[in-house]
Structures are given as C-alpha cells and as structure tokens.
Design a protein around this ligand. Sequence first.
Ligand code: ADP
Ligand code: MG
Length: 367
Amino acid sequence: MAGVQLDGIVKAYGAVQVVHGVDLEIADKEFVVLVGPSGCGKSTTLRMIAGLEEISGGTLTIDDRVVNRVAPKDRDVAMVFQNYALYPHLNVADNIAFGLRIRKESKDVIASSVDEVAAILGLTPYLERRPADLSGGQRQRVAMGRAIVRRPKVFLFDEPLSNLDAKLRTQMRAEIKRLHKRLGATSIYVTHDQVEAMTLADRIVVMHDGRIEQIGTPMELFLNPANAFVAGFLGAPPMNQIKARVGRGDTGPVAEIDGQHLPLPALDALRNAEGREIIVGIRPEYALVADEGTSGRIDCRLDLVETLGSEALLHMTLGEHPFVIRTETLGRLSALDAASGFTVRPDLIRIFDAGTGAALAGQERAA
Ligand code: ADP
Ligand code: MG
C-alpha cells in the first residue's frame, strides 16, 4: 500500500488548460473523494494518476516514486470505471482473473485468488456466467473484483455507481465502504454526487473549474466551508445563500434582507461593517419555522410543501429569493401548510464576502 502525492499537476489539451496546478497529498490507506460539478477536471486528474492521460506539468509520486513517465501497467494502480469495461465473451471468473493471467501467475494462485475475491464480493454463485447475464450491480462487483485481485498499491474509481439505480447505489456505496475497511487500501474516488462524497470519504477534495476549492473531512467541509461554492455544493438540499447588506441592530450586527433584520453572529469581521455586501448562508435544516411575533423572525411566503415522509421541504420566497426549510412532519403537517416565517440561531449562519465568496474569518465550528 502506498501514499500518492500531486505537486502542481497541470493538464492542457493543446492551448486549453483544464487542470490548473493541483496540489494534493494522499496518505497510505486513505480514502479520498474528488467531488465537483461535471467538467471540473475530476476524471482528467484521476486518469493522469492512472497513467491514461499524459501529465502536462507538475510531479506525480506514488509510494515515494515519481511516476510521470511510468506506463500505466507499471504504476501498480487498478481503476474501476462507470461503464464496468468487462470482457463480454469471458465469464465472471475469467474477467476477474484477467490481470493475473497477463502477469503470468500460476494456475493455483489464480484459482485461489479468484475464489477469495468472489467470496468477498458475493460473486461465488455467478463465476460461470457472462456479463450479459448479470445485473448492473453484479457487473460492477465483477469490475471491482478484477481490481481487488491484483492487490494494487492504489485503487482508482471513476463514478463507479453512476449507472446503478438509486437503491442499488446506496447498497453498493455501503459495500465499497466495508471493502475499504477490510482491505485498507489507498483509494481515490471520483464522483459528482455529494452524498457519495460525504459517506465514503476520509477526506473530500472539492474541485471547481480545474482547481481545488477545499480539502477536509466531510464534517469539516460541511460545518466550515471555505467559500460559497463549497457551501452550496455539499448538503442536500443545498445551503440557502442570500445576498444582503450588513446593518446595525439593537444588540449587534444584522443582515438587511427584504427590509427585515436577521441577527448575525458578533464576528470581528462584522464590526463597523455597515453597508458591507455579504452572502448569508443558512442550511435548510437550521431554519426553524416560527410563529408571527417570535423575536428575530424573518417573514417569508410559502410556495410549496414537498412531503418526503418523516420530513418535509418548505419552499419559501424571501423577498425575491427562494428559501428552503427542511423540517420534521410528525403531527404538524397541517401547521406547516400555514408557515410564514423562520428563525435561525445566529451562530449557525455562515457569512461569505459577496465579492470573493470567501467565508468571513471567525466562524469555525467543531463537529
Ligand atoms: P469531470 O470528470 O470533472 O466531469 P473531465 O475531467 O472529464 O471533467 O473534463 C475536464 C475538462 O476537460 C472539461 O472541460 C472537458 O471538456 C475537457 N476535456 C476532457 N477531455 C478532453 C480532450 N480530450 N480534449 C479537450 N478537452 C477535454
Ligand atoms: Mg468525469
């Protein structure tokens, strides 16, 4: 097993640069997830690590060896793709064994490795079947088996669950997590799905337009997003973000929104900051439906209630801004239909500079 280090990694296609100097240090046995919107450079970065794309600039180190010019097969990495990339004419056992045959392992070693991996992945009953006769989830397991059986230094995953239906995706997500606990292998996992990132990662790397926005544990990023982009990307539904100006309230700073005053935390950065343009960030979970007359309440208008079962999403309008509240339903669904305002604890509000999007200093919270 091994660590992976990216120093100033750049990718350009001709004159167009798509990855702009990525610095990232991944520890031995760590599970790191690269997450970001489509086109932000996740796959390109992963494929440069795999050796499937040439590196245009910077240094890539795997297990203390610079591998920029090392062929993919000699990097000792194994990649699992979204489309499985199985050999259709080979059965499950032969698909799993493929890499070992190339390496000219003995028949006995191949047979026992395939048996062991098939048992880990629950594929033992299907060893004779061809990929066409398997479900999507089983195919993805074969693809993982083919990677595991080689005992690579590093596992690379590119959206491995995106072709599966929602239920299977959740199930396979848990399996991948269990597998990582069991094998303890260094893993780099690419996804556009923030739930996969939150649930799988030891550390998440949020990417945007070919750059890293922030690196941290899932809870660090959820609680202390460095900027409005990260705040809007992690969490579902996303954090409400409302442009406002800082005003002076009776007891401290407020945000002036739609002619109303929302009490803000007493940050140093908000002292004597009247008129400063900010983005007020409020997670849908932290806004509490409040009756008229409640102190600190912000009035808004209810557009729609989406009932999810134990919870509901209230789609409100605040001035001209959409604003979503996530709340429990038990015994209060009819009351929610009459919701017309909310309160939020000032220390749960996140405040960003309206120009740069950077989080103002002094808001960091511990999990
Ligand atoms: P992601 O995996 O995050 O969705 P990619 O890494 O696939 O994004 O792509 C990053 C950017 O690189 C995109 O803008 C994409 O259009 C561009 N790109 C990818 N492959 C090529 C290529 N062969 N030639 C030119 N541009 C490419
Ligand atoms: Mg991709």
